[in-house]
Design a binder for this molecule. Structure first.
Ligand SMILES: Nc1nc2c(ncn2[C@@H]2O[C@H](COP(=O)(O)OP(=O)(O)OP(=O)(O)O)[C@@H](O)[C@H]2O)c(=O)[nH]1
Ligand SMILES: [Mg+2]
Length: 317
């Protein structure tokens, strides 16, 4: 797979400070418990593994993943005669990190123009993320054009324009109620004519259970493919980290309809306990590529698994 790393990794330490700082309130209780589990000398008995499952579920990892991780660790502890809680939690983190590190998390934006389709349920943070991404691209010297393909709400187009102004980029829009496919068609043609690097497509929020609305996404995708056969180069699902396990059902439905290439997890600065991210990535085998940690233009970061696991589990040795 060819991919150009256009979103430069931020330094780990800065990211880590931000995640740990912002996830702090929500995750501190969780981390404290984890520290109890990760205490040197803590016996690896049934109580330890029961508590671990509970802590993982409380962190929004979901019952299935939590039980699977615990069972695997129990087996490993037995096999390798792991000494205590500190060693076991360290081993668990190492194992999750090894899986997470197998993913390519860069955005594939080598083609000109590249097309990025941004999808998700209502209010997950699509429009905001597109604004932030446009800003980030501009900071890196790349041009973008936004297709305002959320034509359902009149306010959506204005909201997109406000973000585009902040980010210093342009919007292609039609009237409210227009065919989203037609907006995308025009935006791609304009980008080709103007040699724009990246087309960012803002779509309407839709419930993953609404068949017609989901089918419309497929239609938008086909419009893109007709103009550029290799496109869309990225299909990003924006997931609100505070959604908990409902995020899983959403992600599966969107993946089925649009073949996702990446996840964007937003609102990690809020009350999110963060486990949703791990659970969805693990289930879909689609990498988290970006994380949103606030409402400002520069609150979008590349995902750093090691820093994330430290924030989630506490910085165990
Ligand atoms: N704290 C925080 N708020 C965010 C983040 N991303 C988005 N938001 C907020 O979430 C709300 C919804 O964001 P939008 O970008 O409008 O979401 P959307 O997915 O485009 O919504 P619809 O178009 O209605 O489906 C706004 O109030 C954003 O400011 C984030 O990373 N952190
Ligand atoms: Mg929107």
């Amino acid at each position: 797979m060819t991919s150009d790393e256009v979103v430069a990794p931020v330094r780990r330490s800065a990211w880590w400070r931000r995640v740990s700082g912002r996830m702090d309130k929500a995750s501190s209780a969780f981390s404290a418990e984890m520290h109890g589990l990760a205490a040197p000398g803590r016996k690896l008995d049934d109580a330890f593994f029961d508590e671990l499952t509970e802590v993982l579920i409380a962190a929004d990892c979901g019952v299935e993943l939590s039980e699977r991780l615990t069972a695997a660790l129990r087996e490993r502890a037995r096999r390798e005669k792991l000494a205590d809680g500190a060693v076991a939690i360290g081993a668990l983190k190492g194992e999750i990190l090894a899986v997470m590190n197998t993913y390519d998390r860069s955005l594939s934006l080598g083609a000109v123009p590249s097309v990025v389709l941004v999808v998700g349920v209502n209010g997950s943070g699509k429009t905001t993320t597109i604004g932030k991404l446009a800003y980030r691209l501009r900071e890196e010297g790349r041009s973008s054009l936004i297709a305002a393909a959320d034509t359902y709400r009149a306010a959506a187009i204005d909201q997109m324009r406000v973000w585009a102004d902040r980010a210093g980029t342009d919007v292609v829009a039609h009237q409210p109620g227009a065919d989203p496919g037609a907006v995308v068609f025009d935006a791609i043609q304009a980008a080709e004519a103007r040699r724009i690097d990246v087309v960012l497509v803002d779509t309407a929020g839709r419930l993953h259970t609404k068949v017609n609305l989901m089918a419309e996404l497929g239609k938008i995708r086909r419009v893109v493919e007709r103009l550029i056969p290799e496109a869309p180069h990225e299909v990003l699902l924006v997931v609100d980290a505070t959604t908990g396990m409902n995020a899983m059902r959403q992600a599966l439905a969107f993946h089925e309809t649009t073949r996702l290439t990446g996840l964007v997890i937003t609102k990690l600065d809020g009350s999110a306990r963060g486990g949703t991210l791990l659970a969805v990535e693990e289930q879909l085998k689609v990498p988290v590529k970006l994380v949103g940690m606030g409402e400002d233009l520069d609150d979008l970061n590349v995902f750093d698994p090691a820093a994330y696991l430290d924030a989630l589990f506490g910085a165990t040795p």
